[in-house]
Design a protein around this ligand. Structure first.
Ligand code: URA
Length: 258
């Protein structure tokens, strides 16, 4: 049986995972094993308010909370997080015109090792530079693959501000399907509702390039602003401000899978 990350997370959180402290820091992206040993020996690492200066001390990693140079951290064997993407950021490691979303994350999340190389977390799909809202990131390649696979059809909800007032005809055509120039097959919204004269709530299960903007243009309107409010059953929390991130817990992952 293939385990979804929600089951995987809850099981792994219960599994014993004893490791030398320097390895724990290494797996979390605090630098090479040597750098991590140095941080510990120099007294920069504390557990339960006690400085821990032995890099070789074996500790249970799952559930471990520690601080590195005063910054609190919690051990995560795999990283799953949500970011409230602000406007004016690119979902690329090598942005062309706007700051990268990755600059919004603490260095350890960008430097987590994977198979011997620095890999860091990766965005699960991309949002345009001017799109805001819910973005998932992880270092679990299988999760990215599963979420991006057209077979899985995870619904994504977008709040669209339109230039022109919406009418029933536009909503109906988005539900019936519109043709985009690069594909002869119609693409349709799985749900679509005019919440206000200039506010469309659109649910898509695919992720084609500029899909919302192109679909809205295809029915004779235009996107002024675009915000992703939900992925699967996971909504962007109202208290997560733009530019901020938080860890996903097993319940969040279960909601995404639906
Ligand atoms: N559709 C778009 O047009 N842009 C996005 O950022 C996401 C979906």
């Amino acid at each position: 049986m293939r385990l979804g990350p929600a089951v995987w997370l809850s099981r792994h959180n219960r599994t014993m995972r004893r490791m030398p402290l320097q390895d724990i820091l290494f797996t979390q992206g605090f630098g090479t094993r040597r750098v991590c040993a140095g941080l510990i020996q120099k007294g920069f690492v504390s557990i339960a308010q006690q400085v821990q200066s032995d890099p070789a001390i074996e500790l249970e990693a799952n559930g471990l909370q520690f601080t590195v140079q005063g910054v609190p951290w919690a051990y995560h064997e795999r990283a799953y997080l949500m970011l409230h993407k602000p406007a004016g950021t690119e979902c690329s490691q090598k942005p062309s015109a706007w700051p990268s979303i990755y600059t919004l994350l603490p260095a350890p999340l960008r430097l987590r090792p994977q198979k011997g190389a620095v890999q860091g977390v990766q965005a699960v799909g991309r949002l345009d530079q001017d799109t805001t809202g819910l973005l998932l990131l992880t270092d679990d390649g299988k999760f990215i693959h599963r979420m991006s696979s057209p077979r899985h059809h995870v619904p994504k909800v977008y709040e669209v501000t339109t230039t022109h007032p919406l009418d029933d005809g536009q909503v109906g055509r988005l539900l019936d399907g519109v043709i985009l120039e690069d594909d002869p097959k119609p693409v349709r919204a799985s749900a679509c509702q005019a919440v206000a004269p200039h506010h469309l709530r659109l649910t898509l299960t695919e992720g084609k390039y500029h899909q919302v903007k192109r679909m809205v243009a295809a029915v004779g309107n235009r996107v002024e602003a675009l915000h992703r409010s939900q992925i699967g059953g996971l909504a962007l929390p109202a208290d997560l401000a733009p530019g901020h991130w938080r860890w996903l817990v097993a319940d969040d992952l279960a909601r995404i899978a639906g």
